[in-house]
Design a protein around this ligand. Structure first.
Ligand SMILES: Nc1ncnc2c1ncn2[C@@H]1O[C@H](COP(=O)(O)OP(=O)(O)O)[C@@H](O)[C@H]1O
Ligand SMILES: [Mg+2]
Length: 317
């Protein structure tokens, strides 16, 4: 039951020989879960170089499980993960980091007692790059994230939730990933910070970064993504271009309409990050089961971006 510790000698995945050459990450018939719980079933997805692909669905749909199974945080029960033509199914996370696949897990998970710089340096650790390359990557990340540069020697645990998310993403960038997996980077952030995180993701993609993003807010995810996969209780129930998904009346009904009876205060609440004197979110969330986290700090769900057209306009139900 040992995990693969190296990709050396890994044969190019035979069955992908006929697949499009431009697929960077491919998942086939993936099944994964915990104990007796199957959380992801028969998942297939493809990510092409330079794409921002979103995995969408409500809390508990299996988004995190899928990302964990791709990145080696858990071992898939069945199916395959193919990275740049190589079958990497079951490879360990650190091996996958060296192969170019880096996962920023849900809930940020920066090391609170280490400084910003130390956290960033850890991002390069698995990639085992030489000193000069690490120094160059560090300067690049600090240039991109001005707020982190200002707090370079500060303990990560003292950063705000938004800054910790930037640090988590910056740490991932230190490994210069070919594919970046982002699990709900907007989780628990204020609307202003959510917008900042999405702007950052879009700027990375504009520079050529390939991203697989898990996002609970379907509208928000589709606004930035090229393509999306909608998960419902562990299965892909819809897939297509972001524009097509936004124009799908059934999907709109399921996910974009505000849930009946949603308390109005949930859309206007000031999240902890915006208050003064509150401990950083990391500290408060530490040790709590994921299901107990406050998940309703997303901005109110609006109609989709008009630039993408009026959903359902040419396809009335
Ligand atoms: N560590 C875990 N142990 C047991 N069950 C889990 C664990 N993580 C998630 N699950 C279960 O797997 C299912 C999918 O969860 P998850 O992948 O976290 O969904 P999402 O990220 O879409 O919210 C849920 O039923 C959840 O309760
Ligand atoms: Mg999740």
């Amino acid at each position: 039951m040992g995990r693969d510790t190296t990709l050396a000698g890994t044969e190019p995945a035979a069955a992908t020989a006929g697949a499009p050459q431009d697929v960077l990450l491919e998942v086939e018939h993936l099944r994964a879960g915990y104990g007796r719980i199957t959380a992801a079933e028969d998942i297939g997805l493809q990510v092409r170089p330079g794409e921002l692909v979103a995995v969408l669905g409500p809390n508990g749909a299996g988004k995190s499980t899928l990302l964990r199974a791709i990145s080696g945080m858990i071992r898939p029960w069945a199916g395959r993960v193919v990275l740049a033509g190589r079958d990497v199914t079951g490879a360990r996370s650190d091996v996958l980091v060296r192969a170019g696949l880096v996962h920023v897990p849900e809930g940020r998970r920066v090391l609170p007692r280490l400084t910003v710089e130390e956290n960033l340096r850890l991002g390069a650790f698995s990639a085992r790059r030489d000193r000069a390359a690490v120094a160059a990557a560090l300067e690049e990340v600090l240039t991109r994230f001005g707020a982190l540069a200002d707090r370079r020697d500060q303990k990560a645990g003292t950063l705000s939730g938004g800054e910790q998310q930037m640090l988590a993403i910056g740490r991932a960038l230190m490994a210069r990933p070919s594919v970046l997996l982002l699990d709900e980077p907007s989780l628990g952030l204020s609307p202003r910070l959510v917008a900042e995180v999405f702007e950052l993701i879009q700027s990375l993609v504009a520079e050529g970064q390939t991203v697989l993003l898990a996002e609970q807010n379907v509208a928000q995810g589709l606004r930035v993504a090229d393509r999306g996969y909608v998960l419902t209780t562990g299965r892909v129930t819809a897939t297509g271009s972001a524009a097509d998904l936004l124009a799908d009346p059934a999907l709109l009904r399921s996910y974009l309409a505000p849930p009946a009876g949603r308390p109005p205060h949930l859309s206007t609440a000031q999240p902890p990050a915006e208050r003064t004197g509150e401990p950083p979110e990391y500290v408060k969330y530490e040790g709590r089961p994921a299901g107990t986290l406050s998940r309703n700090l997303d901005p109110p769900i609006h109609a989709p971006n008009p630039r993408r057209g009026t959903p359902g306009a040419e396809n009335p139900s």
